[in-house]
Unconditional design. Structure first.
Length: 88
C-alpha cells in the first residue's frame, strides 16, 4: 500500500468462530438446494408468468436456524392480515 510501511501491516484478521458446524452447513445447503429445485419445478408445472419469482420467494424465507424460522412465522399471519386490512 502506498504510504504504509511493512511493519504497519498486521496480516490477516483473526479467525472467528463459525456460526454453524460443517454438518449444519451441509444440511442447510441441501435444504436450500431442495427448496430451489421444488420451487422451480412448481414454476414449470403451473407456468408462473414471472420467471424466478417462486424460487426467489422460496429462498427468501429460508433460514438456517429452526428457531429463527419459527420466530418469523409467528408474526407473519398477523402482519399479512394487518397489511391487507390497511390496503383495503
Amino acid at each position: 500500500m502506498p504510504g504504509h510501511h511493512a511493519s504497519e501491516y498486521r496480516g490477516s484478521p483473526a479467525l472467528e468462530i463459525p456460526l454453524m458446524s460443517i454438518g449444519q452447513a451441509q444440511g442447510y445447503g441441501i435444504r436450500l438446494g431442495s427448496t430451489a429445485t421444488v420451487a422451480k419445478a412448481l414454476d414449470f408445472v403451473f407456468g408462473i408468468e414471472h420467471v424466478g419469482w417462486v424460487v426467489g420467494a422460496g429462498l427468501f424465507v429460508m433460514r438456517p436456524s429452526q428457531d429463527v424460522l419459527e420466530f418469523r412465522s409467528k408474526g407473519r399471519p398477523l402482519s399479512v392480515f394487518l397489511r391487507a386490512l390497511t390496503a383495503s
